[in-house]
Write a protein that binds this ligand. Sequence first.
Ligand code: ATP
Ligand SMILES: Nc1nc2c(ncn2[C@@H]2O[C@H](COP(=O)(O)O)[C@@H](O)[C@H]2O)c(=O)[nH]1
Length: 346
Amino acid sequence: MGEAPAFCYENPLKEFANGNTLKSKSAETAIVTGSKKYVIEGSDGKSTSLGVRIYDESTAQWVHPVVLGTKPRACKGHLAVLLNEDRILIIKKGASPDDCLWFLELDTQYVRDQKTMHGGNTEVVAWSKGVRGDAEMPIVISGPSGVGKGTLINKLMKEYPSMFGFSVSHTTRAPRVKEEDGVHYHFTEKSVMEKEIKDGKFLEYASVHGNLYGTSIEAVEVVADEGKRCILDIDVQGARSVRQSPVEAIFIFIRPPSMEELERRLRARGTETEAQISKRLRNAEAELEQGISSGLFDHILYNDELEDCYQRLKVILLFLCLIIIFQLCHVYFFGSVKLMNNLVTV
Ligand SMILES: Nc1ncnc2c1ncn2[C@@H]1O[C@H](COP(=O)(O)OP(=O)(O)OP(=O)(O)O)[C@@H](O)[C@H]1O
Ligand SMILES: Nc1nc2c(ncn2[C@@H]2O[C@H](COP(=O)(O)O)[C@@H](O)[C@H]2O)c(=O)[nH]1
């Protein structure tokens, strides 16, 4: 299960075992790795979330890092365990099952990429939620523009409104007639979105057909908080970014029966100018190439007859539900040990 806590001001395990409320001093834990001591600040009665500061022994300085991701809500106390030298597992005291496990990422690929984006010399850490069972695994749906992703997703949401939730992306493109802000997209100014990307608010983003599109961490969490499985409609670049992120997801690529049919659908939709249609069709060729042959996707679906394709999509999703039921049965019959193993190896 990883390493023992490297350093704690008090013994939080003892406190947890006694069921005592932790005193304010013990609401902080510290983990030492290399020359750095990561102090996780618990509730001081004022802050609403857990804080992080770093003591760098090589410079004898305290540093306040850039903290990415949604911060865990403050709690009565917590236990911190260093895992694989690259992240700290936080177990919150008195939190609900879906809020009790968190990771503070110190040196994961994602954090290293973000450090580079911040110029290389800035300390960066990232929070990610620890409870990530299959039940919450998002579904990423990609495919060229006009292939029918939105149509398939709409059918799914209509048939299973309490099971699936749509991740509302941000985009800098102009709204189409009938598109609503906050429902179809969060329509955003480029400068605002660029700032939010820099602040680490996005799980992924990409420049698609000349505009910026991105999935905010909040958009995915809103759906997860509703207890629904999140559906992301994103391009292939975005799918690749999600693959490289700590988020585990199921990746589905939708392909058209032919380029001629794709063009027919795009024109029939009537939402793009001639120049935009040409651009989208040009990009479609590369997207199809990457979608089919990169090994990025778990499933590739032909959207020829809409109803057939929809049924095949449902078979994939139904299979996932069976796995979840199997896992729940496992937890029910064999206790929580297996569940804990899963959680810490996420
Ligand atoms: N199997 C199908 N057969 C015929 N027409 C289809 C099929 N699937 C979708 N369409 C139609 O094709 C058009 C494009 O579909 P849709 O808007 O869902 O594509 P999309 O992949 O979401 O595009 P974008 O990536 O640009 O958002 C729509 O007019 C839709 O009704
Ligand atoms: N990487 C991302 N791609 C996204 C996101 N939201 C939508 N998209 C993709 O953009 C194109 C064009 O969409 P349209 O609404 O302008 O037709 C399409 O392929 C979408 O899948 C996102 O958040 N990230």
